[in-house]
Design a binder for this molecule. Structure first.
Ligand code: C2O
Ligand code: CU
Length: 794
């Protein structure tokens, strides 16, 4: 005997045909709801399947099992057992808050179906029991909403209130019809308001309105429960086939309607501000991973599994975009020291909110170092120490990291070593954490208020470094707002070379953005104030890319050049986008340096694959060009607006005494056999988190203890594309998937790109500075969602 639910007219022998039809409709509808739920669980489960065996895999499989059970044979008992197991697993494994919601939903829905099969109290619990359960359910839902709510998420507070109200109403007095219309009305309001204010698309925020809608739908289907009875009996064999046919048709119809609505709203951009799939209450299952895989790919030269941007969604600007190659390339100001001593230059930077005119006629609010994006360039001259006093005038804590430097740990910009804003902004002592990451309360953190001195001892080699924000859980959002600048270290060896210099030595900071209609940057943050809730909407959790390419903060700019050699220090400061740079109609680039300084010898590159945080120092020779020639720097991984980066226009003839010598630098190679130890670092997805070796970032856990000045060989594997970055160390690629390193791996790196499924051996030489440092993925959304870990130098 199964608990299969069949609704039949109460008095079969003398019921009117209308009543009979109602009865069958009710039965069909129950099955249809069950089947739709089944479909939902299958899709949602598949959407959450991470590529490696892990707890979320089990959960996702459980979900799929439930879904198939409901779809194939709508037997509630199977679903119930499966959901109890699934929910228990989720709670026990404590994977993440988003999954917790899913777990609750997995548990709640089938229980509801059993307890209240036809929209009528009764079933297993009886009237009073059912009422208590429903009341508990709604109040619990309210509590869950409260947990994700804060002052910026008014919608969450509203939803919490409504849920509790419904719960109280149910608990106090049963009235199905009133409840029905209340639920439908409130769910619609919640949904619409959610779309208008937040674009609620994340797993947690999307689940509750969806459940409200489902509950509303169930009440709609059974407004008159007295017309139906519940038979707890073996499935009636004769009506089964007919019912099943109608069930399938109904299910297909519902699924089709939902899909069509999603597609229409998606195309119309109605689902939030994020362009394609910005956020819908069905965000998880219907617009999640699958959606990204089909629409997120930028296409271009090599779409598909090998495309280093595949699976990452490109946000579409709402503001009209300017013609390409109309802006002039800005050159970031070189910062002047406020004082000098015998061996040290002192600088001061104020981090502040400002506006920038990036798109003509529109004001873009930014956060900038000295109010500019990019920030001012710090030039560190040979043999000089640098001290930068940062003042935080922003409404949030900040952390400054000098990317690529060898730096004492208290100046490295550890993610919890906050510079708190002025006291009037609050103390930020109870900031929540993402998923099941620990909160930002870190006993070892050294927190200052308002200002902090960062000390940068003279670097080991000349190199194009950059500084950027590194606040735990908010790095992506902060850098996206503009907190990034160049830090150029020079040394005597490099200065003795005849390389292009002066205004023929040009830093190029490439970063993609998308713009809202008012000119502000589009960033799908869950909390746009960046003061409490970290993270991005679910569709953006593979990374955030935009449709506008900025160089030094200007869209597709032009640089007028002499007919001469130029040195360009190319930095990819994008949050997630990898570029394949090329020069149209030209002989390519002469690469002279990379992340950590000069190569031993120049190498010719036709194109340059540059992932987030990487640097390529190149010489481009315009000396054979005619005045008026235009040379476009293109992006072969882009398409449409992202296929171009900037343009060079030869403006005048000029004398040029520069050259690129055959030997640039002495560069000892790290001999892998000198390696102290070998470790494996697995970069992978787990549910809503991005993890390293099965863990999300935890300030109190050290993944590796290493010896100062030692070299280790790490084998790094990846399930997606991840730029691997280690602080306070310099690296050489030893092998890539068992093969020799590639053309972009040459030289001393601090960021090594791993494409999907790659396994790269990397020799890492740690600096002599001792203490706690981090290594992480430099896809900043991945980093913020947990893909970071400590290592300790002893
Ligand atoms: Cu560029 Cu840890 O960062
Ligand atoms: Cu990553």
């Amino acid at each position: 005997m199964s608990l299969f639910i069949t609704a039949v007219p109460r008095k079969r022998h003398n019921s009117s045909s209308l009543a009979r039809i109602r009865g069958y409709l009710a039965s069909d509808a129950v099955r249809a709801v069950q089947s739709a739920l089944g479909l939902f669980w299958v899709i949602d489960g598949a959407g959450q399947l991470p590529p490696f065996a892990s707890a979320p895999t089990v959960v996702a499989l459980a979900q799929i099992g439930i879904g198939v059970g409901l779809l194939w044979r709508p037997t509630v008992r199977i679903a119930l057992a499966g959901s109890v197991v699934g929910a228990a697993l989720i709670w026990w494994l404590g994977e993440s808050f988003g999954l917790l919601f899913t777990g609750a939903a997995v548990l709640i829905v089938p229980v509801a179906l059993v307890v209240w099969p036809n929209g009528r109290p009764g079933g297993l619990l009886g009237d009073r029991g059912a009422r208590v359960m429903w009341a508990a359910l709604w109040i619990g839902m309210g509590w869950l909403w409260l947990r994700v709510a804060d002052d910026t998420e008014a919608i969450a507070l509203v939803a919490a209130g409504l849920s509790v109200l419904i719960g109280a109403a149910v608990g106090l007095r049963w009235h199905a019809r009133t409840f029905l219309w209340t639920a439908i009305g409130l769910s619609a309001v919640t949904w619409v308001v959610g779309q208008l204010t937040q674009g609620l698309g994340s797993g947690a925020a999307g689940t509750s309105p969806m459940l409200i809608l489902l509950a509303g739908a169930m009440f709609t289907l059974f407004p008159r429960p007295e017309r139906a009875v519940v038979s707890v009996a073996a499935d009636p064999p004769l009506t089964e086939a007919a019912l099943s046919r109608r069930t399938v048709l109904t299910t297909v119809g519902i699924a089709g309607a939902v899909a069509a609505a999603a597609v229409i709203a998606d195309v119309a951009g109605a689902f939030g501000r994020g362009g394609a799939g910005g956020g819908s209450p069905f965000g998880g299952p219907f617009l999640g991973t699958h959606h990204n895989d089909t629409h997120g790919n930028d296409g271009g030269g090599s779409p598909g599994a090998d495309d280093p941007n595949s699976g990452i969604q490109t946000l579409t600007s709402e503001a009209p975009l300017p013609a390409q190659f109309s802006a002039t390339l800005p050159i970031p100001q070189e910062l002047q020291p406020t004082r000098r001593t015998a061996d040290t230059d002192y600088y001061e930077i104020t981090q502040s909110a400002a506006t920038a005119e990036i798109l003509p006629g529109l004001k873009t609010p930014i956060w900038g170092y000295n109010g500019t994006f990019p920030g001012p360039t710090i030039v560190q001259n040979p043999g000089r120490d640098v001290v930068v006093t940062h003042r935080n005038d922003l409404p949030v804590p900040t952390v400054v990291h000098l990317h690529g430097g060898a730096i004492p740990h208290d100046s490295d910009g550890y993610p919890t070593d906050f510079v708190l804003p002025a006291a009037s902004y609050g103390d930020f002592s109870t900031m929540p954490a993402m998923g099941d990451m620990p909160s930002m309360a870190d006993p070892q953190a050294v927190v200052t208020r308002q200002t902090r001195d960062y000390t940068y001892p003279k670097p080991p080699r000349a190199a194009t470094l950059w500084y950027h924000d590194h606040r735990m859980d908010f790095t992506g959002a902060s850098v996206h707002r503009g907190l990034a600048g160049f830090h150029i270290a020079r040394d005597a060896e490099e200065q003795a070379l005849p390389l292009p210099q002066g205004n023929r030595d040009v830093p190029l900071m490439i970063a993609d953005r998308a713009f809202a209609a008012d000119g502000s940057f589009l960033y799908p943050a869950l909390d746009p104030t960046m003061r409490s809730t970290p993270g991005v909407q679910k569709d953006a959790d593979n990374g955030v890319m935009g449709d506008v390419i900025l160089v030094n903060g200007a869209p597709w700019p032009v640089l007028k050049v002499d007919a001469a050699r130029y040195r360009f220090r190319i930095l990819n400061a994008s949050n997630a986008r990898t570029y394949q740079l090329a020069l149209d109609g030209s002989a390519g680039f002469t690469q002279i340096g990379t992340d950590q300084g000069l190569l031993a010898a120049p190498q010719h590159l036709d194109t340059i694959a540059i992932s987030p945080a990487q640097r390529f120092d190149v010489v481009i020779d315009f000396s054979q060009r005619k005045v008026g020639d235009r040379i476009t720097l293109t992006n072969q991984l882009g398409s449409g607006s992202t296929a171009a980066v900037m343009r060079f226009e030869v403006a005048r003839t000029a004398t040029d005494t520069s050259s690129v010598p055959a030997t640039l630098s002495t560069m000892d190679s790290i001999v892998p056999s000198s390696a102290k130890s070998t470790r494996t670092m697995r970069f992978h997805r787990a549910g809503a988190d991005w993890e390293i070796n099965g863990r999300v970032y935890d300030p109190t856990y050290s993944e590796a203890d290493v010896q100062a000045g030692s070299t280790e060989v790490w084998t790094v594997t990846s399930d997606f594309h991840h730029p691997f970055h280690v602080h306070n160390a310099t690296m050489q690629v030893v092998s890539r998937d068992g093969q020799a390193p590639g053309p972009y791996d040459v030289g001393w790196k601090d960021t090594v790109f791993l494409n999907k499924g790659e396994k790269v051996q990397i020799a890492i030489r740690f600096s002599d500075y001792k203490g706690r440092y981090v290594f992480h993925c430099h896809n900043l959304e991945h980093e913020d969602m947990g893909m970071m870990a400590n290592f300790t130098i002893n």
